[in-house]
Structure formats: C-alpha cells, structure tokens
Design a protein around this ligand. Structure first.
Ligand SMILES: Nc1ncnc2c1ncn2[C@@H]1O[C@H](COP(=O)(O)OP(=O)(O)OP(=O)(O)O)[C@@H](O)[C@H]1O
Length: 287
C-alpha cells in the first residue's frame, strides 16, 4: 500500500489568548511541563484531535471560517510550529508559499535574498545558479534585483518570494492565500506555475477562501470547524459542509436576535407605567 507523504495523528496545538506563540525548541520542554500542570484559563486549542493522511500527488483544499486554524495547520506541517499533542509527519521537504513577503532581509538586495532564501530551503549553489534567471524573469524584477529589498513594494516582495519558492524541487507544496495577492496578470502567471507543479506530481495543501480556486486545484477538501476536522472528502463535500455550518450559524444568530427582541418587548410590557410628571405648585393650586 502507498505510504502517506503527510500524516497527522491526534494533532493538537494550544495557544494562550492574547499571547503570540513562537515555534521554539525550548517550548517543547517548557510547554509540555506547563500542560502537565493543567491548562491555563486563557489557553485555547485552535486545533485538536486532527487525523488525516495525504498521499503523494494529492491536491487538498483546507476550508474553514476565519480563525479556525487553517494557517496554523500549514505551519504545523512545515514544522514552524511544534504540536502540543500528537504529531504530523512528512515524508519529503516542503516548499511553503506562505507569508512570502516576510521571509526577506530588508538590507540585502533582491539578488542576495534569492541566494539566501533558496539556500536556506536546501538548494545547492549550482541549483540556484541554474534557476536564478528564471526566478528574476518570473518576478519581473530585472531592474531592481540589485536594490535592497527594503525598498521593494509588498507586491514586489511577494513576486520574488513566489519565484524562489516555486523553483524548489521539494515534493510538498503548501499554499496559504498566496494567490490572493498581486494583480490579475501576476495571479494568472502564479496559477499556471501551480498547475505545472501539480502536473509534475507534486502534493498540494492549499488554504483558500475562494471556492473557484479550491475547485480549480483540489479534488479533495478538508473542512475545519471549531478546532476539529469536520469533513474530509471531495472538495465539493467539504464546501457543502462549510456552507451548511455557515447557514446553521446564521440561523442560530437570527434566533438569538429574535429571542433578545422578544425579551426586551416583554420587559417593556411588564414595566410599571411611568409616574405622572410632577408640576411644581400644582397641589397648592388645587387646594
Ligand atoms: N502564533 C500564535 N500564537 C497565538 N495564537 C495564535 C498564533 N497563530 C494563530 N493564533 C490564533 O489561533 C487561531 C487560529 O488562527 P489561524 O491563523 O490558524 O486561523 P485561519 O483559519 O488561518 O484564519 P483566517 O481564515 O482568518 O486566515 C486564531 O484565534 C489566532 O488568533
């Protein structure tokens, strides 16, 4: 039987409300010790008891409302965050199309950043040299490649990041809304590149709020809700479950609103009639 390229078992991560958690090795010890002492009041689990297998060549869309742990799941898969429970195992390196504009050093030029980022992701000097022109050409930054990245616009940074990461030979491609940025022409170019990588047999895990994009790239869909994996099926099934949950929530919200309005009307009905206004001197005048 084929082995999964990504496997999650009882995967969970706990965050403290109002505090940013960084994926640090130290946390492996500190947080595990803290968990043994019992969860703090402010702790919450954006993901818990998550299980799935992703096989080589799968294209999986991660669907869910804002704040339901989609990006967190991708960061757990890349290894940037360390789980508090369970595990996620990868059989192959990851090319992360995530937070693309954040990965550069502002004082270094585009050229230096390409070399640095590609090397950090495991490309050899020879590989980088072979791909360099293609990266620059794709990002359309020929005239700015020797300019420090701090002078780039956010779109220029994203273009350069996309150019580098899509040249990595790694089998797993993680995409987090990377296609939501950039102008229409650049978006079309990105779509072609991703399609090409999928045709080569890469495995895709794709976070998006766009039904069109999800359907375009993915056959499978995982719907996350309230910290758990609710549906793992075809992308159409996962989208249907997502819409159902949204409709259920909208209905519950309407019902709550109607209950509050009814309670307010009842309270107004039962309230004693307001006392007549006192007109100074009225009693004396009647005597
Ligand atoms: N490093 C962190 N430390 C603490 N809390 C975090 C951290 N990263 C995310 N969170 C919180 O975890 C929850 C899940 O966030 P996440 O970004 O994974 O959601 P999402 O489903 O990707 O949302 P969106 O659709 O809005 O992008 C949110 O409540 C968020 O505030």
């Amino acid at each position: 039987m084929e082995e999964p390229i990504i496997q999650a078992r009882d995967l969970g991560i706990c965050f403290a409300k109002g505090k940013q958690k960084k994926g640090r090795v130290k946390d492996l010890f500190v947080r595990r010790a803290a968990n043994k002492q019992g969860a703090q009041q402010q702790d919450f689990w954006p993901l818990r008891h998550v299980n799935f297998d992703i096989f080589p060549g799968d294209a999986v869309g991660i669907i869910g409302r804002n704040g339901t742990g989609k990006s967190t799941l991708l960061r757990l898969i890349t290894g940037v965050l360390i789980p508090d429970e369970g595990y996620v195992r990868r059989e192959g390196r990851v090319a992360p199309l995530i937070a693309l504009s954040a990965g550069f050093s502002g004082d270094l030029t585009g050229r230096e950043n390409v070399n640095l980022v590609a090397a950090l992701h495991g490309m050899t000097t020879k590989e980088i040299k072979a791909k360099f022109d293609e990266i620059v050409d794709f990002s359309e930054l020929e005239d700015f490649i020797d300019t420090p990245v701090k002078y780039y616009s956010s779109g220029m940074k994203v273009r350069l990041g996309f150019g580098v990461i899509t040249q990595l030979p790694h089998p797993i491609l993680l995409v987090d809304e990377a296609l939501a940025v950039g102008d229409a022409a650049f978006k079309r170019k990105c779509q072609q590149v991703i399609k090409g990588l999928l045709d080569q047999g890469r495995t895709l895990v794709f976070v998006s709020h766009s039904e069109g994009d999800l359907k375009k790239y993915c056959e499978r869909g995982i719907f996350l809700d309230a910290g758990t994996l609710e549906t793992d099926g075809t992308v159409a099934e996962a989208l249907a479950a997502y819409k159902e949950a949204e409709a259920r929530d909208a209905k519950a919200k309407e019902e709550r609103k109607a209950r509050r309005a009814a309670a307010a009307a009842k309270a107004a009905e039962q309230a004693p009639a307001p006392a007549p206004a006192l007109v100074p001197g009225a009693a004396e005048a009647g005597a």
